[in-house]
Design a protein around this ligand. Structure first.
Ligand code: NOJ
Ligand code: MG
Length: 538
């Protein structure tokens, strides 16, 4: 258990991801915006999250909905103006709410003035800001690297007869992070936002920044499963996670550290053993390399227990853990695990050791919405149709109330709304004492009150079948968390450990105060948190 010095906001608090297009529209164009977010600050305050992270709000042609940036220091008019941004920041901070921005340093839009210059001629001063290569002898792409969004990662440019590299869309050319001027330009841009007072960044595809200097071919992936996205046919041995990226990560961290109390999060999809390298040598890297293990883990108690142990085991000394249950790229948790287990998942997320990140709408149980082919907006799904990679279904509008467009907008939103919004919305769920939203609020409140949940150690307990069992110990307290990942009732017996205590919270929200002794009966799909019995009041 750690001391006072560890009571840092990004360790003790909860992060909440907002996909700005889909949170709240304020100007009746069917797309969410900054004034809309500002209007909803009281909701976030009540939920009691510590920080919000906004997916990109910068000037962009929107080929990848903002992850293709044409001006890093301008707000896209779709989302509002710079004064709207300043007003949001000024309103959030007195609420005690931190604001994190999305930093997209790996690539720009092909409309960014840097790239427009770079592509204009081979001897342009910005030519080497991007990755240009000659065609292969047969005129084809310089190597076999594949774009994550389908097809070759190389785009032939007629003007100069060379190819440029793009890990994602052709409209998202990769910057050359070996170039000192590129680094300096991005660091200066970070300072622009940090000076304004933003509390940190979530860094897009951090593990992609440096590529092999020789551009060697990637080897085939022997584990490729037909039906999976085509880029998985190769192992990204040379196109990502290169040793030299660690220097860049340390530099990004150093920029953030020029300002007090700021946070650097990295988006990194790698096996846990590789992921933790992004904490950096002596923790000089990201404060939180996002841990996405729960996004793809099979929802079985034994598999999860093993995964949590593995993560805890590979964390470097002093590194602070974190857990993510959903984001704007992956299917909604309520659809992955089902509505009943979504409550158990919430309890898991908010009782594990480490900073939890909640994806907007997961707290009201938004499901993955099936999208008709003619309604697809996501470029990934358009390029690689039919294999289930579409991301529109997890980006549907927030459901605030039962009014015509769910209180999200006054017009048809940019993506369809789920037709359950008349029931499943913030107003209704707030009024229902045992709703998923009420459970999220109770879990966050309990976490705030219990130092053991915020900073305590994680101690796994032996369990069988569908039961996941662990203790959180610290701050003079010890809590037991028991989760039933199955639909059948189960009895947990205290043979090797004590169950003594009282139930602080059940996922069904109807057992608080119940004493537990030798046996703990869990209903199907139930999770409980057991705390010490309070001293009698004298
Ligand atoms: C990761 C982002 O989360 C995703 O939405 C985006 O499409 C790619 N990076 C490319 O920027
Ligand atoms: Mg709008």
């Amino acid at each position: 258990m750690s001391d006072q010095a560890d009571m840092i906001w990004w360790k003790t608090g909860v992060i909440y991801q907002i996909y700005p297009r889909s949170f709240q529209d304020s100007d009746g164009d069917g797309v969410g915006d900054l004034r809309g977010i500002k209007r909803r600050l009281p909701y976030l305050r009540e939920l009691d999250v510590e920080a919000i992270w906004l997916s990109p709000i910068f000037a962009s042609p929107m080929a990848d909905f903002g992850y293709d940036i044409s001006d890093y220091t301008a707000i896209d008019p779709l989302f509002g103006t710079m004064s709207d941004f300043d007003a949001l920041l000024e309103a959030a901070h007195p609420h005690g709410l931190k604001l994190l921005l999305d930093l997209v340093p790996n690539h720009t839009s092909d409309q960014h003035p840097w790239f427009v210059e770079s592509r204009s001629s081979r001897d342009n001063a910005k030519r080497d800001w991007y990755l240009w290569r000659d065609p292969a002898p047969d005129g084809g792409p310089p190597n076999n690297w594949l774009s994550e969004f389908g097809g070759s990662a190389w785009h032939y440019d007629d003007t100069t007869g060379q190819y440029y590299y793009h890990a994602f869309l052709a409209q998202q050319p990769d910057l050359n992070w070996r170039h000192p001027q590129v680094r300096a330009a991005i660091y200066e841009m970070m300072r622009f936002w940090l000076r304004k007072g933003v509390d940190g960044f979530r860094v897009d595809v951090l593990w992609h920044l440096i590529k092999d200097s020789q551009f060697r071919d990637n080897p085939p992936n022997p584990d490729y499963q037909p039906g999976r996205p085509p880029h998985e046919q190769l192992q990204p041995l040379y196109s990502a996670d290169q040793p030299e990226v660690q220097q860049v990560v340390a530099e990004l961290r150093a920029v953030v550290d020029e300002f007090p109390d700021r946070l650097l999060i990295g988006e990194i999809y790698l096996p846990l053993e590789r992921l933790v390298a992004y904490y950096g040598i002596d923790l000089s890297g990201a404060h939180l390399p996002f841990n996405f293990a729960l996004l793809s883990a099979p929802w079985h108690a034994r598999a999860l227990a093993e995964l949590i142990d593995r993560y805890e085991a590979v964390l470097p000394q002093g590194a602070w853990p974190n857990w993510v249950l959903g984001n704007h790229d992956r299917p909604r948790v309520a659809s992955r695990v089902g509505a009943a287990q979504a409550r158990v998942a919430a309890m898991l997320l908010l009782t594990l050791r480490g900073t939890p990140t909640i994806y907007y709408g997961d707290e009201i149980g938004l499901r993955q919405l099936p999208i008709a082919p003619d309604q697809v907006r996501d470029p990934f799904e358009k390029n690689v149709p039919g294999v289930g990679v579409g991301r529109d279904g997890c980006r549907t509008p927030m459901q605030w109330d039962a009014s015509p467009f769910a209180g999200f907008s006054t017009v048809e939103p940019w993506l369809p709304l789920a037709d359950d919004y008349a029931q499943d919305n913030v107003v209704n769920l707030s009024a229902a004492d045992t709703s998923l939203l009420s459970l999220y609020r109770a879990l966050i409140a309990l976490r705030r009150r219990q130092p053991a949940l915020q900073l305590g150690d994680y101690q796994p307990l032996a369990a069988q079948g569908d039961v996941l069992l662990f203790r959180r110990v610290g701050g003079g307290s010890s809590l037991l968390v028991a989760l039933n990942l199955g639909a059948a009732p189960v009895a947990v017996l205290s043979e090797q450990f004590s169950l003594d205590g009282e139930i602080l919270l059940s996922t069904f929200m109807d057992r608080a105060g119940e004493r537990v002794g030798a046996t703990l009966d869990l209903r199907g799909d139930e999770g409980v948190i057991i705390g010490p019995v309070p001293d009698p009041i004298v």
